[in-house]
Design a protein around this ligand. Structure first.
Ligand SMILES: Nc1ncnc2c1ncn2[C@@H]1O[C@H](COP(=O)(O)OP(=O)(O)OP(=O)(O)O)[C@@H](O)[C@H]1O
Ligand SMILES: [Mg+2]
Length: 272
């Protein structure tokens, strides 16, 4: 289970994030980027953050530590911004915290070089979880202490919004042409050989155990949280087996609109 902390002070909103995450301090003296259950995108984005964050870390990629963050909305009482007030009011109870990386900077492909091996691992992982939100438009990668860190997995596992199509999603191709690391000649063969055998039922079950029951409970068509966990594991295990045959890497498409779904960007053109 993820460690649990109590939010003690709302510091400031991160305005560049579409879901209005906030920087929040906690009773373990840590500082976290808090993602709220009451945000418009709903708790499934938090499920995706946990599943992908834990899985990526276990596969050797760098992801800031995750915690369960308990929020008493009273900490936002002095917050002057109405939008923030509403968000805190709607998010009492369990939320997600990601360790804040102080002094990190957004990844810039012109300023930071990534090896073909590391680019391959990141692209392969993003293909596994169908991440449409790591493009050169919005890389969701940070550079901290000279290393590359992965953040923001809320727009992954898009199939969990429509479980009927989930089985077919396991076989879907992944177009990595616009991926932020596509220019670094990702070595996908090496990544697949290294990572696919590690995506075992056991590993998936361990990652899914970290998702709080409260965010899985009540999913229509499932007997309970463990049945939903098993469904996530089935799709990911099936996808991992033959994934690299279905990753395509062409030239970047500067004119193509973002592939991020409309519910995430707030714009039209739902790509689900
Ligand atoms: N752990 C972290 N440490 C430092 N800065 C962070 C961290 N997580 C997020 N940020 C900063 O906050 C911004 C918003 O975070 P994030 O991308 O996770 O939010 P979002 O609402 O899901 O965003 P998006 O609009 O990309 O969907 C990031 O672009 C980054 O600048
Ligand atoms: Mg983001």
């Amino acid at each position: 289970m993820l460690p649990q902390v109590m939010a003690t002070r709302y510091v400031t909103p991160l305005r560049e994030g579409g879901s209005l995450p906030g920087i929040v301090e906690a009773d373990d003296l840590g500082t976290y980027v808090m993602k709220f259950t009451g945000a418009g995108q709903g708790p499934k984005t938090l499920v995706a953050e946990v599943v992908c964050g834990q899985l990526a870390r276990r596969l050797g990629l760098r992801v800031p530590d995750l915690v369960r963050m308990w929020l008493d909305p009273v900490i936002g009482k002095g917050e002057p911004d109405e939008e923030v007030q509403e968000l805190l009011k709607a998010s009492g109870g369990l939320n997600l915290g990601m360790d804040y990386l102080p002094g990190s900077i957004g990844f810039d492909p012109l300023a930071y070089a990534v090896s073909a091996a590391e680019a391959g691992r990141v692209v392969w992982f993003d293909a596994l979880v169908n991440n449409v939100d790591r493009s050169w438009r919005n890389p969701n990668l940070l550079v901290w202490h000279g290393d590359l860190w992965l953040i923001d997995h809320g727009a992954t596992l898009i199939w969990h919004h429509s479980w009927r199509s989930a089985e077919a999603a396991a076989a879907k191709p992944y177009d990595a042409s616009d991926h932020a690391l596509a220019p670094f000649h990702p070595d996908l063969d090496a990544a697949a050989a290294e990572l696919a055998p590690q995506v075992t039922e056991k590993l998936l079950a361990e990652c899914l155990a970290d998702v709080p029951d409260a965010w899985l409970d009540g999913e229509p068509g499932f007997a309970g949280p463990d049945a939903v966990r098993a469904a996530y594991a089935d799709v990911l295990a099936a996808r991992a087996r033959t994934l690299h045959e279905r990753i395509t890497l062409g030239p970047p498409t500067p004119d193509r609109p973002s592939q991020a779904p409309g519910w995430l960007t707030g714009k039209d053109g739902d790509a689900r």
